[in-house]
Design a binder for this molecule. Structure first.
Ligand SMILES: NC(=O)c1ccc[n+]([C@@H]2O[C@H](COP(=O)([O-])OP(=O)(O)OC[C@H]3O[C@@H](n4cnc5c(N)ncnc54)[C@H](OP(=O)(O)O)[C@@H]3O)[C@@H](O)[C@H]2O)c1
Ligand SMILES: *[C@@H]1O[C@H](CO)[C@@H](O)[C@H](O)[C@H]1NC(C)=O
Ligand SMILES: *[C@@H]1O[C@H](CO)[C@@H](O)[C@H](O)[C@H]1NC(C)=O
Ligand SMILES: *[C@@H]1O[C@H](CO)[C@@H](O)[C@H](O)[C@H]1NC(C)=O
Ligand SMILES: *[C@@H]1O[C@H](CO)[C@@H](O)[C@H](O)[C@H]1NC(C)=O
Length: 312
């Protein structure tokens, strides 16, 4: 009887997890209400923790990074922002000052070049003197397509999405250790659960999980007080993602960039080890390995429309 009961609970949880993968609009309202309540409660605490803190934020010219810059600014942080597009960075920096940032400096670089991460950290240390937060968010352009067999493309994306994160961390490590600082790493559901049409992207996000989770252990073993917050995001309504979604034949729940940015910042400020946004994708991740064959069937069938389009 007990066995049957736990099996039933198991099935219920799995179904909930799988439904969550495909979940749609009717759930949206409740979920928004929930996250807003949580976020409101933590706003005061976050403000206390972030006022005057020194933040280096990458990929801040648009998307979630731009929204994070605005939230840090509202909380009174000092910022160095980076991305490639100088014009956009300047516009974001101006708006940050209007919103209440103490200081904002922008530094345009391309993270696919291996020497640039260190230059960015040097610039940040020159301008701010020290760092409390290293927020790693940028990603290279990567169309939602089947792997074309080109290893160079994978290598390039690993450089932008993964190795540059490692180099930024290496350069900022001494100052973060000195300040009991924080590293905030933006990842994705695709970094916990692989889907088709995103092999390189998924690889880079799994790599981040492996590297930074191992590093978190090592810091704890050394008694070093640097927090690492890995942020697992579902689909967010940034321009670049909405552009990619157009080519997909599936409907998925999309969450707002500004709210996701706030959830990330709050998670970093309270030194959480991982955050999930929207919250229910944690459920999907927790049941990931229970019924792998069923899971893979569900994933493939939800992308079947796209594969016909591609002719394979
Ligand atoms: N949006 C989603 O649905 C979603 C879902 C899960 C996870 N995430 C994660 O959230 C983070 C932000 O995503 P997003 O949707 O906001 O991305 P986005 O809108 O495409 O923005 C990417 C940022 O990275 C910068 N960037 C691109 N190539 C670069 C390069 N070679 N060197 C330096 N900077 C570069 C871009 O600025 P420039 O073009 O000016 O360089 C931009 O500021 C990423 O880590 C992503 O994996 C997003
Ligand atoms: C940079 O951003 C500006 C302002 O949005 C845009 O007009 C310009 O085309 C962008 N430059 C590049 C190289 O993408
Ligand atoms: C893939 O690599 C080829 C050759 O290096 C390059 O021309 C192309 O722009 C790359 N595509 C992407 C999406 O990175
Ligand atoms: C860092 O934390 C330790 C306790 O872990 C504390 O003694 C020290 O003063 C803190 N340093 C700074 C710069 O906050
Ligand atoms: C680590 O540093 C943070 C921020 O300075 C501080 O709040 C926390 O108490 C420290 N933790 C330990 C275990 O020293």
């Amino acid at each position: 009887m007990a066995g049957f009961k736990s099996f039933f609970i198991l099935i219920l949880t799995v179904s909930a997890g799988l439904l969550a993968i495909l979940w749609r609009d009717n759930f949206d309202f409740e979920h928004k209400k929930y996250t807003q309540q949580v976020l409101l409660k933590s706003r005061l605490l976050t403000k206390k923790l972030l006022t005057g803190s020194r933040v280096l934020l990458t990929g801040a010219s648009r998307g979630i990074g731009e929204q994070m810059a605005y939230h840090y600014a509202r909380f009174g942080a000092e910022l160095v922002i980076t991305a490639r597009n100088e014009t956009r960075l300047k516009q974001v920096a101006e708006k940050c000052l209007e919103l209440g940032a103490k200081k904002v400096y922008s530094y345009p670089v391309d993270m696919s070049l291996p020497m640039n991460p260190e230059l960015v950290v040097q610039f940040a240390l020159e301008k701010l003197g020290s760092l409390d937060y290293l927020v790693l968010n940028h990603i290279g352009y990567d169309p939602f397509q089947m792997w074309n067999g080109n290893a160079e493309n994978v290598s390039w994306l690993m450089q932008v999405n993964f190795l540059s994160y490692v180099r930024l961390t290496a350069a900022a490590f001494p100052t973060l250790i000195k300040n009991n600082g924080s590293i905030v790493v933006i990842s994705s559901l695709c970094g916990k659960l692989a889907i088709p049409y995103a092999a390189s992207y998924s690889a880079s996000k799994f790599a981040l999980d492996g590297f930074f989770t191992s590093l978190r252990h090592e810091l704890a073993l050394q008694g070093r007080n640097v927090s690492i917050t890995l942020c697992i995001l579902g689909m967010i309504d940034t321009d670049s993602t909405m552009e990619k979604v157009k080519t997909m034949n599936i409907r998925m729940m999309v969450s707002p960039a500004s709210e996701s940015a706030l959830a990330i910042i709050k998670g970093g400020a309270v030194r959480a080890r991982e955050i999930y946004y929207p919250w229910w994708i944690a459920l999907t991740v927790s049941v990931r390995d229970w019924f792998p064959e069923m899971r893979d069937k569900v994933i493939r069938s939800s992308f079947a429309g796209k594969s016909k389009e591609d002719g394979g």
